[in-house]
Write a protein that binds this ligand. Structure first.
Ligand code: ZN
Length: 115
């Protein structure tokens, strides 16, 4: 599916909204600022999903997902707390046709292909 003019206008509007949100974070504690920024970035990813119609099946196009413990995509030993982390299927793109760098493979080395 190609991106038409209308979609590009939507995209530009979303980017402008994200920029305004970051500007409006002036004076807030850093964690709150980060939360606002991530919300806007998630909106942009959701819009990309809407435009392209190809969402990652594991994170529904968001690019991040909830993990059952604090080790997130790294696996292994982790604390018992639901933790948000980068999606380990699309690696943050939210797309099923294009993945980001596989952090597990980069960090662990010879990780099996397709994992
Ligand atoms: Zn994903």
């Amino acid at each position: 599916m190609s991106v038409n003019t209308f979609d590009i206008e939507l995209w530009a509007e979303a980017c402008e909204k994200a920029a305004r949100a970051l500007e409006n974070c002036e004076g807030h504690p850093d964690d709150l600022k980060f939360g606002y920024a991530m919300d806007e970035i998630d909106s942009l990813r959701a819009l990309l999903y809407h435009m392209e119609g190809i969402a990652c099946t594991k994170c529904a196009g968001v690019g991040s997902r909830a993990y059952g413990d604090t080790s997130t995509w790294m696996g292994g030993v982790g604390g018992q707390q639901i933790t948000s982390g980068i999606c380990d299927k699309c690696w943050g793109t939210g797309r099923s046709d294009r993945t980001g760098p596989n952090l597990r493979r980069i960090c662990v080395g010879n990780y099996p292909e397709g994992s």
